[in-house]
Design a protein around this ligand. Structure first.
Ligand SMILES: *[C@@H]1O[C@H](CO)[C@@H](O)[C@H](O)[C@H]1NC(C)=O
Ligand SMILES: *[C@@H]1O[C@H](CO)[C@@H](O)[C@H](O)[C@H]1NC(C)=O
Ligand SMILES: *[C@@H]1O[C@H](CO)[C@@H](O)[C@H](O)[C@H]1NC(C)=O
Ligand SMILES: *[C@@H]1O[C@H](CO)[C@@H](O)[C@H](O)[C@H]1NC(C)=O
Ligand SMILES: *[C@@H]1O[C@H](CO)[C@@H](O)[C@H](O)[C@H]1NC(C)=O
Ligand SMILES: *[C@@H]1O[C@H](CO)[C@@H](O)[C@H](O)[C@H]1NC(C)=O
Ligand SMILES: *[C@@H]1O[C@H](CO)[C@@H](O)[C@H](O)[C@H]1NC(C)=O
Ligand SMILES: *[C@@H]1O[C@H](CO)[C@@H](O)[C@H](O)[C@H]1NC(C)=O
Ligand SMILES: *[C@@H]1O[C@H](CO)[C@@H](O)[C@H](O)[C@H]1NC(C)=O
Ligand SMILES: *[C@@H]1O[C@H](CO)[C@@H](O)[C@H](O)[C@H]1NC(C)=O
Ligand SMILES: *[C@@H]1O[C@H](CO)[C@@H](O)[C@H](O)[C@H]1NC(C)=O
Ligand SMILES: *[C@@H]1O[C@H](CO)[C@@H](O)[C@H](O)[C@H]1NC(C)=O
Length: 505
C-alpha cells in the first residue's frame, strides 16, 4: 500500500532546502492570484461584471493549461505567507463534540455542535481548497471488517470528500506512516477522485507518528480536535474540538504546519535545521493573536510538536501546556484520553514527571484545584493506575490541597464488536484563564517524537457577564457536565466494570 503511494518529484531546485520546495503549486498560485484577481474584480464590477467574470475564467483556464504543459512551472512565492495580525470578517469559534451513540446523559445536558454537522458545514463552505491532516483515514466499517450501520455518517463524509474536486475545490491530505488503518482504501479512493495525498514517514523521520488532526478550509476557517478521519469518531468515540470561522491569520499560521508535513511527505525528505524563515510564525505564547472570537476579546495561538518540526518562533506543545498550568490561579481541569508520566514507546519505562510536577506544584504552592479526567476503555493500559492513585492520594482538605482523579468510562453497551471504540478520546484542559484544545495524549513520547498541535485561547471568562458565551466558559461547562456525570468514576469507586480494563486487576 505504501509503495503504491509514490509521488512524483517534478522539479529540482538548487536551494539548500531542496526538499522543502514542493511540486504542488496549483493551490498557492490559485490563492495568491485569486487575491489579486479579487482586487481587479472589485474595480471591474463597477465597469461591468460580465467582463470581469470572463476574465477570471480565462485566467483560471490559462493556469490549468500552464500546469498541463509545464509541470515544472512553479510559483515565485514563498511556500507559506506570513500571517498578518488580523482576521478577515467576523471570526466565530464553535465548540464541537461527538458523543457516542447510546450514551445517556439525561434530558438537560448541553453539548457542543455535533462533529458530523461541523465537518459537513466546513465541506459545504469550501469554495477553493481544503487541507486535512489526520493520523489515518478509515471512514467505512468494512476497513475493520465491521458491519455496523453506525458507519453511515463516516461513509457520507468520504462521499463528500470524493465530490469536492468536482466542485473545483482542491483537496490535500497528509496522513501518517506508520498507520493503524492498514486495510483502509480511503486514501486510494481519494486519489482516484483527484485528491492530493501524501503520507509522511514519521517512523523514519522522528520514530514517532503524525498524530495531528486538523482541517484548513479556504485558508480562512480551521478545525482542530481529537477526531481522526474515522467513522467511529462520529458515532462510537467521544471527541472534542473547535472550528474557527473567518480567521485568515490563524488559518495561514496553521497552514505553515500543514506545509511542513506536506514537504516532509516527499520521498527521502530530511528535516531541515533550522526550518526556513517562511515557516516562522509571528503568533505564539509571547505574542498571541488578539482577535474577537464570537464577539469575545481573545488571545490565541497554535502550539506544535515534535520540537524538531518547530522553528524557534513556534511555541512547543509541551510549553503551551506547562504555561497554561503555571498561570492558573483557581482551577485546572484536564480531560485526556491517556495520561502517563513516563515514556511508553521509544524510551520504554523512562520516568517523565514534567506535567505531573507542574500539576502538583499548582496544587501545593498555589492551592489551585486540580481535576484530572482520564479515559478508561477496554484497551487502556492499566499500568497507569498506580500513578493516578498516587496523584489522587495527595488530596487533603486540611492542607488546602485539592487534586482529584476520575476515570471516564464510556459504556460499551451492545457495541461489543467494534474495536478501539467506546472511549473518551478528548484531549483538552480548561483553567480559569485559558482553554487548551490539543491532539496529543499526555505522555512523554507525544511531545518528543509525535506530531500534534494545540490551540490555546485566553479569555477573561471568569469576569465575563455571560461566561456561557466564551469558549473558556463553554469548555468548563463541558468538563463539569462530564465530571458530574455517571460516566466519571472516582478511583475508589471503581468496582467491577467490564468496560474499563483497569477494573480487571
Ligand atoms: C522539468 O525539469 C526537469 C529537471 O530539471 C527536466 O528534465 C524536464 O525536462 C523539465 N520538464 C519540462 C516539461 O520542462
Ligand atoms: C465570514 O464573515 C463574513 C462577513 O465578514 C460573513 O458574511 C460570513 O458568513 C462569515 N462566514 C462564516 C462561515 O461565518
Ligand atoms: C434539569 O433541569 C431541571 C429543570 O430546569 C432542573 O431542576 C434540574 O436541576 C436540571 N438537572 C440537571 C442535572 O442539571
Ligand atoms: C485486515 O484484513 C485482514 C484480512 O481480512 C485481517 O486479517 C486483518 O485483521 C485486518 N486488519 C484490520 C486492522 O482490520
Ligand atoms: C450487515 O448487516 C445487515 C443488517 O444488520 C445485513 O442486512 C447485511 O446483510 C450485513 N452485511 C454483511 C456484508 O454482512
Ligand atoms: C470547474 O472549473 C472548470 C474549468 O475552469 C469549469 O468549466 C467548471 O464549470 C467548474 N465547475 C464548477 C462546479 O464550478
Ligand atoms: C530515495 O532513496 C532510495 C534509497 O536510497 C533511492 O533508491 C530513491 O531513488 C530515492 N528517491 C528519491 C526521489 O530521491
Ligand atoms: C473587539 O471588539 C471590541 C468591541 O466589542 C472592539 O472595541 C475591539 O477593538 C475589538 N478588538 C479587536 C482585536 O478586533
Ligand atoms: C493514546 O492513548 C491511548 C490509550 O492508551 C492509546 O490506546 C492510543 O494508542 C494512544 N494513541 C496513539 C496514537 O498512540
Ligand atoms: C486554607 O485556605 C483557607 C482559606 O483560604 C485559609 O484560611 C487556611 O489558612 C488555609 N490553610 C492552609 C493550611 O494553608
Ligand atoms: C444496540 O442498542 C440500541 C439501543 O437499544 C439499538 O437501537 C441498536 O439497534 C442495538 N444495536 C445492535 C447491533 O444490537
Ligand atoms: C526525546 O528524544 C531525544 C532523542 O530524539 C532523546 O535524547 C530524549 O531523551 C527524549 N526525551 C524524552 C523525554 O523522552
Amino acid at each position: 500500500m505504501c509503495s503504491s503511494m509514490k509521488f512524483k518529484v517534478v522539479h529540482e531546485l538548487s536551494s539548500p532546502y531542496k526538499s522543502l520546495h514542493d511540486n504542488y503549486v496549483s493551490n498557492r498560485r490559485d490563492s495568491s492570484r485569486l487575491t489579486s484577481l479579487l482586487l481587479i474584480l472589485g474595480c471591474l464590477t463597477i465597469l461591468g461584471g460580465l467582463l470581469a467574470i470572463a476574465l477570471v475564467e480565462k485566467v483560471r483556464n490559462q493556469e490549468k493549461i500552464d500546469e498541463a504543459v509545464n509541470p515544472n512551472h512553479t510559483s515565485t512565492h514563498e511556500p507559506v505567507q506570513n500571517a498578518d495580525q488580523s482576521c478577515l470578517g467576523k471570526s466565530r469559534i464553535v465548540l464541537v463534540e461527538s458523543i457516542p451513540y447510546w450514551m445517556d446523559y439525561g434530558s438537560n445536558a448541553t453539548f457542543g455542535v455535533p462533529l458530523y454537522e461541523a465537518w459537513k458545514d466546513l465541506i459545504s463552505t469550501a469554495t477553493k481548497q481544503i487541507d486535512v491532516s489526520s493520523f489515518y483515514w478509515s471512514l467505512t466499517g468494512q476497513d475493520i471488517n465491521v458491519n455496523s450501520s453506525t458507519d453511515k455518517p463516516g461513509r457520507d463524509i468520504l462521499e463528500q470528500f470524493k465530490a469536492l474536486t468536482k466542485r473545483n475545490v482542491s483537496v490535500r491530505v497528509v496522513a501518517s506512516i506508520p498507520t493503524v488503518a492498514s486495510n483502509s482504501t480511503d486514501l486510494r479512493t481519494l486519489k482516484e477522485h483527484g485528491v492530493h495525498v501524501r503520507r509522511v514517514n514519521f517512523g523514519r523521520l522522528t520514530r514517532g507518528i503524525l498524530h495531528t488532526k486538523f482541517w484548513i478550509v479556504d485558508r480562512r476557517h480551521i478545525y482542530i480536535g481529537s477526531a481522526n478521519m474515522d467513522w467511529r469518531a462520529l458515532t462510537q468515540v467521544k471527541e472534542l474540538g473547535v472550528v474557527i470561522y473567518n480567521c485568515t491569520s490563524l488559518a495561514t499560521d496553521l497552514h505553515k504546519i500543514f506545509q511542513s508535513y506536506w514537504v516532509m511527505g516527499q520521498q527521502n525528505a530530511t528535516i531541515p535545521d533550522p526550518w526556513p524563515s517562511s515557516y516562522d510564525t509571528s503568533i505564539n505564547a509571547e505574542k498571541p493573536l488578539h482577535v474577537n472570537l464570537s464577539g469575545v476579546p481573545s488571545r490565541v495561538y497554535i502550539s506544535a510538536s515534535p520540537p524538531v518540526f518547530c522553528p524557534d518562533s513556534r511555541t512547543k506543545d509541551l510549553e503551551a501546556i506547562l504555561s497554561a498550568i503555571g498561570q492558573a490561579e483557581q482551577f485546572i481541569h484536564v480531560a485526556v484520553m491517556e495520561y502517563f508520566p513516563a515514556s511508553k514507546f521509544f524510551f520504554h519505562h523512562r520516568y517523565w514527571p514534567v506535567i505531573e510536577n507542574a500539576l502538583k506544584q499548582s496544587a501545593f504552592d498555589r492551592n489551585v484545584v486540580v481535576r484530572l479526567l482520564v479515559s478508561c476503555g477496554r484497551d487502556s493500559d492499566p499500568s497507569v493506575l498506580p500513578f493516578l492513585k498516587s496523584l489522587d492520594a495527595l488530596e487533603s482538605s486540611s492542607d488546602n490541597i485539592s487534586i482529584e482523579v476520575r476515570l471516564h468510562i464510556v459504556p460499551v453497551a451492545n457495541q461489543t464488536d467494534i474495536p478501539y471504540s467506546r472511549v473518551n478520546h478528548n484531549k483538552y484542559m480548561v483553567t480559569d484563564k485559558v482553554a487548551y484544545i490539543g491532539t496529543s495524549n499526555w505522555s512523554a513520547d507525544y511531545f518528543n517524537t509525535t506530531a500534534g498541535v494545540g490551540l490555546v485561547v485566553s479569555q477573561d471568562a471568569v469576569h465575563s457577564s455571560s461566561p456561557g458565551d466564551t469558549l473558556v466558559g463553554q469548555l468548563k461547562a463541558v468538563f463539569d457536565r462530564d465530571w458530574g456525570s455517571k460516566f466519571a468514576v472516582p478511583l475508589e469507586k471503581l468496582g467491577h466494570n467490564p468496560d474499563c480494563s483497569f477494573s480487571k486487576r
